[in-house]
Design a protein around this ligand. Structure first.
Ligand code: CS2
Length: 495
């Protein structure tokens, strides 16, 4: 017999060890709209919000899934309740979150979403739509007006599907309702994410209605943020574990590491939750935090994902614990990334790197290399290439970084070291397949085809002969000798 399901009437039956909402879930008004109802939001911003609801219940979340009703149906059936399973070597702790007041699916609930935007009680919009969700050019951060979703949304302004289209439609509804100022908080791993989203929204709004763009300029703020928590995709085993720990079934748990960090630019134009009471940091300048996190954490993650996958590691904890990859990532951080950073206030960069290795090596957290490998074209610029730019400008070595970039190219060319096809998930996957097909198996031609992609490398690196030569050498080595021999030679020879 299946366990009874988690909802408002069963939440009282949870074992005493499971923390649950300490406020009246049914009485929560909605104060936040969130776009992108994935696991990351539910394990990060929703937890910070849950922590402040007992003292200030204004901030229930209306969460919206833009692409699929899969998550929303399960969550709606559970009154928005779900468990966060925090996993470490010491075991798993479960906590039930009640902040998610509504779970909407854009495809069927567009009118309800627009009504939320038009509600003066809603003063914050948060977003986790992943890097590719902004429909921008990853190398420049600017709206890609030729993007098929943007073209669709501009042609059908009443049926937007993209994050920029939905945001602008929502802000138009707010303006029409006279509902006043609102703050849009991007929580995706983009550099200067507030500025980037502000620019994308402004460009899109100007294409729709210049007066709307002016209104947005005067009434909407876009603080930048650094968000951090490792949240692998939920598996069937996680759902079983949630049922065991809760004693009742949860169709939509999320799993994460114990660590969490949220640094937010103090730039709000309307009321907001006191997230600082939950441990978030409000600062004047987020840039040093986000550059550190994108380059050290996400840059290392991508390095481990591509080279680790090629070396046969399914999970990040395995790849980071392997002597060769572990050494490469430590040296990449210490020798090539840290020298490009300014330590943010209160942070010791060497200790941060060591803590990252411990986080990566958490064996309780099966984070797939293939999950992180997704959407490399959207991730590589801020994770690896901006570091390369700073190193080149300083006349400094880039040998570890180019091996990581080569790992991406080797992976994205679409077959593994046994000649088996790789399911490359990336908006540019068709372009990668065309490059690989035209190269006819010649690694140098594959490298050249990728290095010509200005949307990824920018016009500067596309034209940078020493950078191209270094990446090409590494791509050829990965194809001809394999990842393990290439790593061994690299670590023996690289200074
Ligand atoms: C990861 C991130 O999937 C990925 O690309 O690098 O989701 C990473 O786990 C988070 O940014 C950690 O805060």
């Amino acid at each position: 017999m299946s366990a009874p399901a988690l909802n408002r009437s069963t939440v009282g039956r949870l074992p005493a060890a499971v923390r649950r909402p300490d406020y009246d879930v049914a009485a929560l008004p909605v104060g936040i709209v969130h776009l992108g109802l994935g696991a990351f939001h539910r394990a990060h911003q929703a937890v910070y919000t849950d922590d402040v609801l007992a003292r200030d219940p204004r901030w229930g979340i209306c969460g919206v899934s833009l692409r699929t009703p899969r998550a929303t149906a399960g969550l709606a059936a559970q009154d928005g309740l779900y468990a966060v399973l925090t996993k470490s070597r010491e075991g798993t702790a479960a906590r039930v979150i009640g902040a998610l007041r509504e779970a909407l699916f854009l495809g069927t609930d567009r009118a309800r979403l627009l009504a939320r935007f038009a509600d003066p009680a809603v003063t914050v919009v948060t977003l986790t739509v992943t890097e590719k969700g902004y429909c921008h050019d990853p190398a420049t951060g600017r709206l890609n007006a030729a993007h098929p979703e943007i073209a669709h949304d501009l042609a059908h302004p009443d049926e937007p599907t993209s994050a920029p289209g939905v945001l602008v439609a929502g802000l138009a509804a707010r303006r029409a309702a006279g509902a006043g100022a609102i703050t849009v908080v991007c929580c995706d791993n983009l550099p200067h994410n507030g500025r980037v989203v502000e620019g994308i929204v402004a460009a899109y709004a100007r294409l729709v209605d210049p007066a709307l763009a002016d209104w947005i300029g005067a009434h909407v703020a876009f603080p930048s943020t650094m968000v951090d928590r490792i949240v692998p995709a939920t598996t069937a085993a996680d759902i079983d574990e949630a049922a065991r720990l809760l004693g009742i079934g949860d169709a939509a748990p999320v799993v994460c590491e114990p660590f969490g960090q949220w640094v937010i630019e103090d730039r709000f134009v309307a009321a907001r939750p006191a997230w600082e009471a939950a441990g978030a940091q409000f600062v004047a300048d987020v840039a040093p935090f986000e550059t550190m996190k994108l380059r050290l954490l996400n840059g290392s993650h991508s390095t481990l994902a591509y080279l680790g996958f090629l070396a046969g590691h399914d999970f990040i904890w395995q790849a980071s614990a392997a002597p060769d990859l572990g050494t490469l990532v430590l040296r990449q951080m210490a020798e090539e990334i840290v020298p490009t950073l300014t330590a943010p206030p209160g942070i010791d960069l060497a200790a941060y790197c060591n803590d990252l290795m411990t986080r990566f090596r958490n064996p309780a957290l099966p984070h797939r290399t293939q999950q992180i490998a997704m959407d490399g074209s959207q991730k590589i610029p801020q994770r690896l290439l901006n570091t390369v730019r700073d190193r080149l400008a300083a006349g400094a070595s880039i040998a570890h970084l180019t091996l990581a970039v080569a790992g991406w190219i080797r992976y994205a060319s679409g077959s593994d070291e046994h000649g088996q096809p790789i399911a490359v998930a990336d908006p540019m996957a068709p372009a990668f397949a065309a490059i690989a097909a035209a190269a006819g198996g010649d690694p140098a031609r594959i490298a050249a085809g990728f290095l010509d992609l200005a949307a990824v490398f920018g016009t500067d690196l596309v034209a940078h002969a020493p950078f191209r030569a270094a990446v090409t050498r590494d791509v050829v080595a990965l194809f001809e000798r394999g990842v393990r021999a290439t790593l061994a030679a690299h670590l023996a020879g690289a200074s």
